[in-house]
Design a protein around this ligand. Structure first.
Ligand SMILES: CC(C)(COP(=O)(O)OP(=O)(O)OC[C@H]1O[C@@H](n2cnc3c(N)ncnc32)[C@H](O)[C@@H]1OP(=O)(O)O)[C@@H](O)C(=O)NCCC(=O)NCCS
Length: 164
C-alpha cells in the first residue's frame, strides 16, 4: 500500500487470528456484505472457523470456513456436484470497505490455503461478483460447476470453484 508520502510499501503488520473479536466481524459484514453475503449468523456459530485479519489489534476482514464437505446440501444449492469427503468450504469472506484492494482478501485466503493444504477447498460465488471471482481465480481456484436458482429473492447464477 502507499504511505502518506506516496511511497509503496509492503504491509507486514497484518496477522490472522482465528475466531477473534467476532462482534467486530459482524460490523465488517454490515459494512460490506454488498448483498452477496447473507449468513451473518455464521460469524458466531462455533461450527465455522473464522479467519480474522487483524491490523493494529483490530479486525479489517474475515472469512468463515466450514470444514466439512456437505456444504451444497447445507447451503440448499440446486446443484448435484459431489465434493470429495475431505473437502472444506469457504462459506464467505468480507473485507471492510476502507481496506479493500490492499491485499487483505488474498492474505486471508492464503492462510486458509496453507492450513488446509492437501485438501480440496471450495467456494460458491455469484457470477455477478467480479471482485470475488477475480480474487479466487487469481489464487488458483477454478470453476467446476454452475447453476441458477432463487436465492434471497433473486434469481442468481452461482459458480462453484475448487482449489486443489
Ligand atoms: C471480494 C473481496 C473479499 C476482495 O477483498 P480485497 O481485500 O479487496 O481483495 P484483494 O485486495 O486481496 O485483491 C486480490 C485480487 O482480487 C481481485 N479484486 C479485488 N477487488 C477487485 C475489484 N474491485 N474488481 C476486480 N477484481 C478485484 C483482483 O484480482 C485482486 O488482485 P490484483 O490487486 O493483483 O489485481 C472484497 O471485495 C469484499 O469484501 N467484497 C464484498 C463481500 C463479498 O462479495 N464477498 C465475497 C462473497 S463470495
Amino acid at each position: 500500500m502507499f504511505d502518506k508520502f506516496g511511497f509503496w510499501y509492503y504491509n507486514n503488520s497484518m496477522e490472522i487470528i482465528k475466531n477473534y473479536k467476532l462482534d467486530e466481524c459482524i460490523k465488517i459484514f454490515e459494512n460490506n456484505h454488498k448483498s452477496f453475503v447473507f449468513d451473518k449468523s455464521s460469524i458466531t456459530d462455533p461450527i465455522y472457523t473464522k479467519y480474522v485479519c487483524v491490523e493494529n489489534g483490530e479486525p479489517i476482514g474475515y472469512a468463515v470456513v466450514y470444514p466439512h464437505n456437505d456444504f451444497i446440501a447445507r447451503e440448499q444449492f440446486a446443484c448435484n456436484y459431489a465434493s470429495e469427503p475431505d473437502s472444506i468450504y469457504i462459506w464467505h469472506i468480507v473485507v471492510h470497505s476502507a481496506h479493500c484492494g490492499k491485499g487483505v482478501g488474498k492474505f486471508i485466503n492464503d492462510a486458509i490455503l496453507a492450513d488446509y493444504k492437501g485438501r480440496p477447498i471450495y467456494c460458491a460465488i455469484d457470477k455477478n461478483n467480479l471482485p470475488s471471482l477475480h480474487l479466487h481465480q487469481k489464487q488458483g481456484f477454478a470453476i467446476v460447476a454452475e447453476f441458477t436458482q432463487m436465492f434471497h429473492g433473486n434469481m442468481t447464477t452461482f459458480a462453484i470453484l475448487r482449489h486443489a
